[in-house]
Design a binder for this molecule. Structure first.
Ligand code: GLU
Length: 302
């Protein structure tokens, strides 16, 4: 069982379409189910109308998801139950440290390494909740990027699972929902690979099985910058999705036959499912592309 789990912070762009297509093809190639889950748990970052635009784009591109669209904000009781279990087992603790309190904390590749200030107790009124980590190896073998490992205590420190503003944090929500929804394989952009060991840590503490992971390269502009809302990623074109979909397949290392862009979406997806093999992307972290050329239906892959 696979899933595509966009946050409604903007429309679907080429990078998110790559993740959607790769997770869809991986699930369908193995005759698995595929879910769409809107990760609407961070209202301050959301863009009005983004959910509708994302779903419309997925529909126009011919994705067929199983069951109704899932809204992460409706799983709050499951998130709270997981938090209570972590607290009861002594893994979670309140942390009143503000950003300025942590200004001098050491920094590692994952950002601030929390120095454990509140581990022994915290008197602050408003608090976040952190989960305890230690320095045992957390490791997994990514299906595309190979073996990965982290020692969380020294690389990230105890991390936030419930935010100070009262909202569930991404790592806890994603772990609980993937478990509750029976997701067994997670296909997403390599920009999230750094999060995986923290998520595996939570799976261990909660007694959940760890799904398989496959992190695909992220789409990047010609200058190498990752495509995102911040770097001006445009929404995928909704007219003539067939042509653009074939470009997406090329970007994912597939070799669609000439003329497939003139076939129907259904024919393109059947071809793609039948021929899907991801190994061409092994070890790659970036897929360069020129959005203007792509939007005009030209080959924009760099
Ligand atoms: N909602 C996250 C995002 O859009 C993705 C979560 C995931 O795939 O684990 O970046």
């Amino acid at each position: 069982m696979g899933r595509f789990a966009p946050s409604p912070t903007g429309p679907l762009h080429f990078g998110s379409l790559l993740a959607a297509a790769a997770s869809y093809l991986q699930a369908r190639r193995h005759r698995g189910r595929w879910l769409v889950r809107i990760e609407d748990i961070d209202p301050p970052r959301e863009q009005p109308g983004a959910t509708e635009r994302i779903l419309e784009a997925l529909d126009r591109y011919g994705f067929e998801w199983d069951g109704p669209v899932i809204y992460q904000s409706r799983s709050l009781s499951a998130h709270e139950a997981a938090l209570s279990r972590l607290m009861a087992a002594g893994y979670g603790y309140r942390c009143g440290c503000s950003r300025s309190d942590l200004a001098d904390a050491p920094r590692g590749p994952l950002g601030i390494i929390y120095p454990g200030t509140c581990r022994a107790g915290c008197q602050a009124g408003e608090t976040a909740i952190r989960v305890r980590t230690d320095d045992s190896d957390v490791a997994f073998v990514d299906a595309l990027q190979g073996p990965q490992r982290q020692q969380l205590e020294s690389e990230s420190g105890d991390f936030v699972i419930w935010r100070r503003d009262g909202l569930v944090a991404y790592h806890l929500a994603v772990v609980v929902d993937d478990f509750e929804q029976g997701v067994t394989e997670i296909v997403r952009g390599i920009d999230l690979m750094d999060s995986t060991c923290r998520q595996i840590w939570l799976q261990r503490l909660l007694g959940y099985p760890t799904p398989d992971y496959l992190h695909i390269p992220v789409a990047a502009h010609a200058d190498g910058q990752k495509l995102s809302k911040l770097t001006g990623a445009q929404a995928v074109p909704l007219g003539r999705p067939e042509r653009f979909l074939v470009q997406v397949l090329r970007a994912l290392g597939q070799h669609p036959p000439a003329g497939l862009g003139n076939a129907s979406l259904q024919e393109i997806w059947s071809w793609a499912i039948e021929h899907w093999h991801i190994q061409a992307l092994a070890g790659r972290t970036r897929i360069g592309f020129d959005s203007n050329a792509m939007a005009e239906g030209k080959n924009g892959l760099l």
